[in-house]
Design a protein around this ligand. Structure first.
Ligand SMILES: *[C@@H]1O[C@H](CO)[C@@H](O)[C@H](O)[C@H]1NC(C)=O
Ligand SMILES: *[C@@H]1O[C@H](CO)[C@@H](O)[C@H](O)[C@H]1NC(C)=O
Length: 333
């Protein structure tokens, strides 16, 4: 299993696995030199979930700037990249604990399944895409496995980040996270959503332009931008249910029992390709948010036929689909 954050399921919010207790070294970057820290970002395993590497700014527990990563290149779909946070620049703070991270997406959106972090002192922390979903950010299933403390595996959601909001419902351009909050909370009970999803633990921005001539500043207030998303749920709502065309060439068909096509279709914040859950026997049309049963021995009309990739109506008429990219997610790979 190419996996690794060990998480402990200590609390459940909206039925999601929650609470990172400890993080395996293999899922977090190696520490370098006691001066810099590192951040690993893993993205979902489906077309278009990879994208631009983000700009990252780090702050200490006093909310002072400690260092940054200047992006280059892409994070490959289904893969991860390790980013070195430079803490030895002029205004940087060598070796300090980078407890707050600001992650600024590029124009090519990424769907983040998890973030692993290693401080200069070797402390390891993590965040799961599930937490973005809890906070009402656009999300999808990831097909990335993380290992749990009990040895089982968990497949987190991934959360979409996108600077140019190419899909208008990708409304989070940047996010600030208090990383220790996600590790500590698993040991106790998870905090209520309004604590988890507001400052100082999670602050999301619609527009968070960076000015290269000045140091990034800590977002202590959600008033910084009128379009700040931190506490205002309504900003997360989709503006148009038909704005899904960026994904309309792809169909994802999952054999993983934890994947529920009905729930994905019903979730107002889910964004991504049409989806099949074989376990459930359901097809989800993500554009129109309509579910169809899969055709089978007992269901022969009003269903989606996986063998011919067509919809079969009540009069047994077939309408073929034209997905150019059909991806199967198998379990136990
Ligand atoms: C996907 O959407 C685009 C833009 O709306 C459209 O041109 C294209 O034909 C669609 N493709 C499929 C397979 O429906
Ligand atoms: C899938 O989700 C729906 C809607 O949330 C729920 O009613 C159903 O019980 C779920 N199915 C499974 C197998 O978990």
């Amino acid at each position: 299993m190419a996996t690794g954050i060990i998480i402990g399921i200590a609390g459940l919010i909206n039925g999601l696995a929650f609470g990172i207790l400890s993080v395996l070294p293999k899922m977090t970057p190696d520490k370098v030199d006691g001066v810099d820290s590192k951040v690993r970002i893993a993205v979902g395993l489906a077309s278009q979930m990879g994208g631009d590497s983000p700009y990252i700014a780090a702050f200490n527990e006093m909310t002072q700037f400690v260092g940054y990563y200047d992006p280059s290149g892409k994070i490959e779909t289904g893969g991860f990249s390790d980013f070195n946070i430079n803490q030895h620049c002029d205004k940087c703070r060598k070796g300090q604990q980078a407890t707050y991270l600001q992650i600024f997406a590029g124009d090519d959106a990424i769907c983040v399944a998890y973030i692993g972090q290693t401080w200069a002192d070797g402390t390891k922390l993590g965040w799961l895409g599930d937490m973005g979903k809890v906070c009402g950010m656009p999300n999808y299933y990831s097909n990335i496995q993380v290992e749990m403390a009990d040895g089982g595996s968990h497949v987190p959601y991934c959360t979409w980040f996108d600077r140019d909001h190419s899909d208008p419902t990708f409304n989070v351009g940047a996010i600030q996270l208090h990383m220790p909050a996600f590790s500590k909370m698993g040991q106790y009970s998870a905090p209520p959503e309004n604590v988890l999803c507001s400052k100082p633990i999670t602050v999301a921005h619609y527009d968070a332009g960076r000015d290269d001539s000045i140091l990034p500043s800590f977002w202590g207030s959600t008033r910084k931008s009128r379009r700040t998303l931190g506490s205002s749920k309504k900003d997360f709502r989709p503006r148009s249910s038909a704005s899904n065309s960026a994904f309309n060439e792809t169909l994802i068909a999952s054999h993983l029992p934890q994947h529920n096509a009905t729930a994905l279709c019903a979730s107002p914040e889910s964004r991504g390709p049409d989806f099949i859950s074989f376990d459930e026997g359901v097809f989800c049309d993500m554009t129109n948010r309509i579910t169809w049963p899969l055709c089978g021995e007992t269901i022969t009309n009003g269903c989606y036929d996986w063998k011919t990739h067509s919809f079969v109506d009540r009069k047994l008429r077939k309408r073929e689909t034209d997905y150019s990219n059909i991806v199967e997610w198998k379990s136990g790979g």
